[in-house]
Write a protein that binds this ligand. Structure first.
Ligand code: F6P
Length: 326
């Protein structure tokens, strides 16, 4: 039996669809087990400032379907410093908070690692980011919704591209990660996909034009992750335009629409499972771990082992792009 009485929850870093579903799961599971739950506003910034409030079942009613985060979020420079973390520790002690549930991406989880290496407050991380670039879980909360949002947007772009015999360079999010670009690119039948993890081979794209692409097709979609080595969709389009000025080309940056909106069914279920599992882990005496799901099983990974996950393009994945865009 656990002696825990009071825990706190926060969301940190860039928001992602499914955060509210996860907050709801954490709060409802805590209440079920008679734990008091404190909400921390504005991520680590709110932790440092003591921006706390008591949560109950009504605080989280009717939020499972909502995008954003009712707790608000931030990227905190102060928490990266030992002084900032000490201020946060003092605030948590003052409020008699005995454990933390952090819903965050790789940057926020690095903050958790730094905090727990100095202070003894049990800490459970839950992975969220539309980028899906965290080890210890097959999927992060928000990735599925973001790919569906990007796919729906690019389907619409395909309609107009087809009407005008136009080439579109569509930029999706992913500062260091190609997961959104790869999955979305396959789902929209993109003719080329450029991601940060691999070298940008423009020759493949050029050869499509050299063969005279418009004899076979009326539109062409190139999906580019924002962090690709050439520097995003505008840069790639400029290089293509230089060589093939005769074609009609346009750029569309999808941007932050990928971070908003109602979470997909898969994200709501994942967020709910990870939220319940986080509290169960605390009650079993676990601490300083991240909860993930791998092949349907709940997996605990020590915070100190958490790093970025990089997309590896296998020959089979390459074949999918090359053969299907022929
Ligand atoms: O949440 C991850 C991410 O979406 C990255 O793909 C992107 O580069 C970044 O956030 C943008 O963050 P911000 O909106 O805080 O500038």
């Amino acid at each position: 039996m656990s002696n825990l009485k009071k825990i706190a929850i926060l969301t940190s870093g860039g928001d992602a669809p499914g955060l509210n579903a996860c907050i709801r799961a954490v709060v409802r599971t805590s209440i079920f087990h008679k734990l008091d739950v404190i909400g921390i506003h504005r991520g680590y910034e709110g932790m440092i400032d003591g921006d706390f409030f008591k949560m109950d079942a009504t605080t989280v009613s009717n939020i499972i379907q909502r995008g954003g985060t009712i707790l608000k979020s931030s990227r905190s420079e102060r928490f990266k410093t030992p002084e900032g973390r000490e201020l946060a520790y003092r605030q948590l002690k003052k409020e008699e908070i005995e454990a933390i549930i952090l819903i965050g991406g790789d940057g926020s989880l690095a903050g958790s690692k730094a905090f727990t290496s100095t202070y003894n407050i049990p800490w459970i991380g839950i992975p969220k980011t539309i980028d899906n670039d965290i080890i210890g879980t097959d999927f992060t909360i928000g990735y599925d919704t973001a790919t569906n949002t990007a796919m729906e947007a690019i389907d619409k772009i395909r309609d107009t591209a087809e009407s005008h015999n136009r080439i579109y360079f569509v930029e999706v999010m992913g500062r260091d990660s190609g997961f959104i670009a790869y999955k979305t690119g396959i789902s929209v039948g993109a003719e080329a996909i450029y991601i940060p993890e691999t070298k940008t081979d423009l020759q493949r794209l050029f050869s499509i034009f050299e063969k005279g692409w418009n004899r076979k097709k009326n539109s062409l979609i190139v999906v580019v992750a924002e962090g690709n080595e050439v520097g995003g969709a505008f840069k790639i389009s400029e290089k293509v335009k230089e060589k093939f000025p005769e074609y009609d080309m346009a750029v569309c940056i999808l941007g932050h629409i990928q971070r908003g909106g109602s979470p997909s069914c898969s994200d709501r279920v994942l967020a709910s499972k990870l939220g319940v599992s986080a509290i169960n882990a605390l009650l079993k005496g676990e601490k300083n771990i991240m909860i993930g799901e791998i092949k349907g099983d709940i997996i605990y990974t020590p915070l100190e082992k958490i790093t970025k996950k990089h997309l590896e393009i296998t020959p089979a994945m390459n074949e999918l792009i090359n053969v299907l865009s022929n």
